[in-house]
Ligand binder design. Structure first.
Ligand SMILES: Cc1cc2nc3c(=O)[nH]c(=O)nc-3n(C[C@H](O)[C@H](O)[C@H](O)COP(=O)(O)OP(=O)(O)OC[C@H]3O[C@@H](n4cnc5c(N)ncnc54)[C@H](O)[C@@H]3O)c2cc1C
Ligand SMILES: *[C@@H]1O[C@H](CO)[C@@H](O)[C@H](O)[C@H]1NC(C)=O
Ligand SMILES: *[C@@H]1O[C@H](CO)[C@@H](O)[C@H](O)[C@H]1NC(C)=O
Ligand SMILES: *[C@@H]1O[C@H](CO)[C@@H](O)[C@H](O)[C@H]1NC(C)=O
Ligand SMILES: *[C@@H]1O[C@H](CO)[C@@H](O)[C@H](O)[C@H]1NC(C)=O
Length: 486
């Protein structure tokens, strides 16, 4: 009899952790009402919440998905998650490809998609937005006022981008997205709802400006300095790969010499596992050229003077600009995606070296990837100046010019786990061999979990202190994924 009771107890005790999710979910359902909670695996709502840009994350099944409407709802959730000792995840746009950063297995998924209130005050020119939806929706709202906010370069990306810094086409003028923050409403791990700004909880405000989401609390409202928008001269140039040396030279020169803050570029080298059917190529170079204004002068001449396959430069509205090269490109690029970041100064033709190393890997690893890309993202001096002028962010960015690289790897569908691990490790080692510049921060938004970007910030010790103040019992570290503070 006794052993039987014990084994029943053990049976209950063993899945106790697994029971924590459902227990938190039932508590939340009682408090918030069932209309804000979904645990029906077959419902459209639940399955929409389980769509991630890294499609490998779709397989993790939360015990329930909760759709809070405001900070009070989030506060209730945080306290119930704590009481039940459940795991959880916060999901805004779901583009972070790292496991358990915005997905959870057997726990509570806090899906922010029903928090989409926005406002614009023409007197102060401040804009507010809740964290739900994607930047495309946010831009569509503010463009009615001929204003925008500094955010994603692709419409489909979510607001978690701003907490990781946030590189926009407007960044050379106004700094990163987080530099335009003026006030944040944040639900702390204790459930307390606080304001973070220069005046109120300034240390929390500092850390939230580019120190990454999922670490100090849940941001439930952003108040930011809005920016004027009108017409842009913008488009894509697609070059055949044989032009790669000319294009990389032009990218290098742009990083080093462009001083017009209205001009922004992304240079991307793309390699497909098999030839693309439309263009009949397996590799191409796609430039994104964006000028805030109708006349770009000579800013892009070094690119436009190289023969292209396609040139879509024309006058565009801001919503059109963030739908380049094609609308829904974020959604269409869902797959087994993972990326990594690099950071360099443009000295010694570092950009040519990175391209060569990446291209050699691409050539000798055919069949192990569906798509590879290498993106060059300049950080000009005007950007780091604009950041400083607004108080500086969590990176305390050293003076530009320098640049971030994003190395994307999309693995073929159905790859076995050992093959997946092996190709990820090989890509990682190739990127390690390129090295990084000393004294420059790795960009959180493009980083792989194992790159520990916070440790590259000159402010790391300060961020560790702030983490201890606002998350003293490691609520986030123990119950969800995220960047290491160790
Ligand atoms: C196609 C594509 C294009 C991109 N373009 C850009 C670009 O132009 N500029 C750029 O800087 N980056 C860009 N990125 C990188 C992007 O910024 C990161 O992937 C970012 O994590 C995406 O935010 P999200 O809200 O979509 O994702 P999520 O995965 O939902 O959120 C990212 C992280 O932040 C946390 N988080 C989100 N919201 C909150 C909140 N309110 N409170 C607390 N924590 C929160 C989440 O828990 C998660 O850990 C791009 C990524 C992709 C895939
Ligand atoms: C529900 O969560 C609250 C904290 O928000 C806690 O005080 C309470 O004990 C929980 N109830 C149950 C039944 O777990
Ligand atoms: C926005 O700009 C356009 C073009 O300059 C102008 O016609 C329109 O009145 C402006 N709208 C607002 C709300 O200011
Ligand atoms: C274009 O390239 C030349 C060198 O060929 C350089 O001097 C110039 O500054 C570059 N211009 C821009 C805007 O990148
Ligand atoms: C560039 O090369 C020179 C000479 O080899 C070296 O002294 C310098 O440190 C290098 N700069 C960078 C940023 O690597």
């Amino acid at each position: 009899m006794f052993p039987l009771v014990l084994s029943i107890l053990a049976g209950i005790a063993a899945p106790a952790a697994a029971a924590a999710g459902p227990s938190a979910c039932s508590n939340i359902t009682t408090q918030l009402g069932s209309s804000k909670v979904s645990s029906n695996l077959l419902s459209q709502e639940y399955s929409n919440s389980l769509e991630y840009w890294n499609a490998l994350l779709d397989d993790y099944k939360p015990s329930c998905v909760v759709y809070p409407k405001n900070a009070q709802d989030v506060s209730v959730m945080v306290q119930a998650i704590r009481a039940a000792d459940s795991r959880f995840a916060i999901k805004a746009g779901g583009h972070n490809p790292n496991t358990f950063y915005s997905c959870v297995d057997n726990g509570v998924l806090l899906d922010l998609s029903d928090m989409t209130e926005k406002s614009y005050d023409p007197h102060t020119t401040l804009a507010t937005f809740q964290p739900g939806g994607v930047f495309g929706d946010i831009y569509d709202y503010f463009v009615k006022y001929n204003r925008t906010v500094v955010g994603a370069r692709l419409a489909g990306v979510g607001t978690g981008l701003a907490l990781g810094g946030g590189m926009s086409y407007l960044s050379p003028q106004y700094g990163l997205a987080c530099d335009s923050f003026r006030e944040l409403e944040i639900v702390l791990p204790s459930g307390e709802i606080v304001t973070a700004s220069e005046d109120s909880n300034p240390d929390l405000f500092f850390a939230s400006r580019g120190g990454g989401g999922n670490a100090y609390g849940v941001v439930t409202k952003y108040t930011v300095q809005s920016r004027p928008v009108g017409q842009f001269y913008a488009g894509n140039l697609i070059f055949p790969f044989p032009q790669k040396d000319k294009v990389i030279e032009a990218i290098g020169n742009f990083i080093k010499y462009n001083t017009d803050p209205k001009a922004a570029i992304i240079g991307t080298y793309e390699k497909l596992g098999t030839p693309d059917l439309n263009l009949n190529l397996d590799e191409a170079i796609i430039m994104f050229l964006v000028y805030d204004g109708e006349d770009s002068g000579d800013a892009f001449k070094n690119f436009t003077s190289i023969p292209t396959i396609l040139n879509t430069m024309s006058l565009k509205t801001y919503p059109e600009v963030v739908n380049m090269p094609i609308p829904l490109s974020t959604e269409l690029s869902r797959g087994a995606n993972m990326f990594r970041v690099g950071v360099h100064r443009p000295e010694n033709c570092s950009y040519e070296n990175a391209l060569d190393v990446w291209r050699n890997w691409a050539e000798s690893n055919k069949g192990r990837y569906e798509l590879l890309s290498l993106d060059f993202q300049p950080v000009p001096k005007s950007l780091t100046d604009a950041s400083k002028a607004q108080g500086g962010n969590a990176m305390q960015m050293p003076d530009g010019p320098w640049y971030w690289l994003n190395y994307l790897l999309t693995t073929p569908p159905g790859m076995s786990e050992p093959d997946y691990k092996a190709v990820q490790a090989s890509y990682r080692d190739m990127i390690k061999s390129v090295g990084n510049a000393e004294g420059l921060p790795l960009f959180i938004n493009d980083a792989n979990h194992d790159q520990n970007p916070l440790q590259t910030f000159s402010t790391f010790a300060k961020l560790q202190e702030i983490k201890k103040t606002y998350d003293p019992d490691n609520f986030f570290a123990d119950r969800t994924g995220g960047w290491s503070f160790a």
